[in-house]
Design a protein around this ligand. Structure first.
Ligand code: GCB
Length: 627
């Protein structure tokens, strides 16, 4: 076998979800956080994909192995650089960077962790020539205590190998194809999903410190009583070992968002006691945007872990108090039925690709609120934790999706990785009030042999990890052959009437859509929402009478969907509409796309098309509010 990828050749080193926590690094009295973002050395692994391993590039400065360029982190290397060779590279690339670790960290007895928010798709990481981390499945964080590998008071080197190859056993799936070219044989990556295979170090890289005995993870669920008492159930796991005779104290303080103490609970010397219940009189609930005058209300759980001989550890976790329930016709938040007005989205913008960027996220949330939406699906993979923080704070409900997209050829190996991606996602996002559902897949071939048992296993797996939220998926398979819907709590379906089916014929939409949604409900007796519909439009293309790809056609197609949605809402099982897509986005090169997918109601530069104004009118009126 010719080795072309990390996945094929060193898969034994790839870690699976571990039982340790993955709390977001936050500074406190006991914790320092140092960012390793900035410019890193970068080079492609050429002439062959494994040359970096053969020549052990992790043993020396990358700049000593050959010519390097400077690459920003976070960003997608295959978007930011204007070099076709880099954009189209299939296989491994290498990054390295020097960083300083203060001597004071050793003096204070800190434990130092290295944490990546996301590297796509697979990564191996060395610190000062020691292999410290391996991770597969992009879009999810991974970390490790690297204290033993550091040189305190000196410069250290971090080296990262990144592999963007997708195979039939990765999540998402892809294939490699060999083609002949003028300069000899070449391997190209192919995949069926409709977004660009951005690669690189996509989110922030942090070093953070903790004391030797530390808060490793926190689980929170919330509720409230009829007389207004908010309930926070918590469970805290600690890491590090206690010496014999050493006792553990944990105190928890809840701060409201004016930083006023609400309630203190103290538990002493009792590991069992790291679970408990906090009650808050006259609690303020977490509400979605436009469902309440103060949406997204967050408390802070201030956790202090003290031991007899070690330094205290302090971690502050944002917490929203809300309940989620679902019946066979409705989805309820704080016991009120909620109707989802939302989008499918992508982490995508020009130049940075999927690189996390606060300015972009701020603009996006501004636009989401401007348009009056209250929700979106993280199609088709988990979004950055920083983006999810905005959702918590602004009251935007999230259908949180794992990276399983267009899944075919169901195998045990794939199932293992698919469930690993969900385990890592749930561990990361379990405490977020904004997360209202887990989406276990987008458009799998759920009519294929084995789809039934495969998705049954996925659904049971998720339910065992979190029974407090419904599971859903975006189904594209036809209703009579689909085998996935039966395993879900809420049915999501994608349909492109008058676009891929009978383009130009918007007159088919209303009756088809009403008929299909009613049948999904009748088949499964579960709530139904539309996870995708839409039309491409090329911003600035106007045609009268309307014609496919014009702004007028996109608006007309939306109007027909709105008419169907209105009828469906009156039938009382239809819980939401999510247009595809929030903004135009980059895809692989294909003749059916003009510079990428243009179904955005905003352009890639976040300028509104005619459809944005049209959707705005609808979403504000659905919220029963004039803006
Ligand atoms: C779909 C996919 C989405 C595509 C969209 C389209 O059904 O779920 O990833 O981008 O169609 O525009 O074709």
């Amino acid at each position: 076998m010719r080795c072309t990828s990390l996945l094929v050749c060193v898969s034994a080193l790839v870690t699976c979800a571990s039982s340790a926590g993955i709390l977001y690094p936050r500074e406190s009295e006991s914790r320092e956080v140092k960012s390793l973002d900035g410019m890193w050395n970068f080079r492609l692994s050429l002439p062959d994909s494994l040359v970096g391993f053969k020549e052990r590039w992790y043993m020396k400065d990358l700049s000593k192995t050959g010519p390097v360029i400077q690459m920003p982190v976070p960003s997608s290397y295959n978007d930011v650089i204007v070099d076709k060779k880099i954009r189209d590279h299939v296989g491994l690339v290498w990054y390295d960077k020097s960083f300083f670790v203060p001597e004071s960290w050793r003096q204070q007895g800190y434990r130092v962790c290295l944490r990546f928010g996301s590297v796509n798709y697979a990564a191996q990481v060395w610190v000062n020539t020691h292999l410290v981390l391996s991770h597969e499945i992009g879009h999810l964080p991974f970390q490790r205590d690297i204290t033993a590998n550091l040189k305190f008071g000196r410069l250290n080197r971090i080296t990262v190998a990144v592999d963007n190859v997708l195979l039939q056993t990765t999540v998402p799936q892809g294939s490699l194809q060999n083609i002949s070219t003028n300069t000899g044989p070449k391997t190209i990556q192919t995949y069926t999903f409709d977004f660009f295979n951005y690669a690189g170090i996509h989110r922030s890289v942090f070093l953070y410190t903790t004391p030797i005995v530390y808060i490793d993870d926190v689980d929170v669920t919330t509720n409230y009583t009829e007389d207004g008492v908010g309930i926070i159930n918590y469970n805290i796991q600690y890491g590090g070992s206690l010496s014999s005779g050493e006792t553990l104290n944990c105190s928890i303080t809840v701060l409201n968002n004016e930083n006023v103490r609400e309630k203190i609970t103290v538990i002493t010397n009792d590991e069992e006691g790291l679970s408990g219940v906090i009650k808050i009189e006259n609690a303020k609930l977490w509400w979605p945007y436009l469902m309440h005058e103060e949406p997204g209300y967050m408390y802070t759980l201030e956790i202090r872990l003290s031991t007899t001989w070690n330094v205290d550890d302090v971690y502050r976790l944002p917490v929203g108090i809300r309940t989620i329930k679902w019946t066979n016709t409705a989805f309820l938040i704080n016991n009120k039925p909620a109707y989802l007005r939302g989008f499918g989205r992508h982490e995508d913008s020009d130049i940075r690709g999927k690189g996390m960027d606060y300015a972009l996220v701020t603009r996006d949330y501004d636009l989401i609120k401007w348009i009056g939406a209250n929700s979106y699906r993280t199609s088709h993979y988990p979004y950055a934790e920083e983006i999810m923080d905005f959702a918590d704070k602004h009251g935007i409900m999230i259908v949180d999706e794992c990276p399983s997209v267009d899944t075919v050829n169901f195998s045990d190996k794939l199932l293992k990785k698919h469930t690993t991606s969900l385990a890592e996602l749930i561990k990361r996002d379990k405490n977020r009030p904004s997360v209202i559902m887990w989406s276990i897949a987008n458009e799998p071939r759920s009519d294929q042999k084995d789809a039934d048992s495969y998705f049954k296993s996925v659904a049971i797996f998720v339910k065992n990890l979190d029974g407090s939220r419904p599971i859903t998926a975006a189904i594209a398979t036809q209703l009579d052959t689909d085998q996935l819907g039966q395993h879900l709590d809420i049915i999501g379906f994608n349909r492109y009437n008058a676009w891929y089916t009978l383009p130009g014929h918007t007159e088919i939409i209303k009756s088809r859509l009403e008929d299909e949604a009613a049948k999904w409900h009748a088949k499964h007796n579960k709530p139904v929402f539309m996870t995708e519909y839409g039309a491409d439009s090329y911003a600035g293309l106007h045609m009268g009478p309307s014609f496919v790809w014009s702004e007028e056609y996109q608006v007309e197609l939306m109007s027909e969907h709105f008419r169907a949605f209105d009828t469906l809402r009156s039938k009382n099982f239809f819980i939401g509409e999510m247009i595809w897509n929030f903004a135009d986005f980059k895809t692989e090169q294909t003749v059916t796309r003009v510079g990428g997918n243009k179904k955005g109601i905003f352009t890639r530069q976040r300028e509104p098309k005619s459809s944005a104004y049209h959707l705005r009118k609808r979403y504000w009126s659905l919220a029963n509010r004039l803006d």
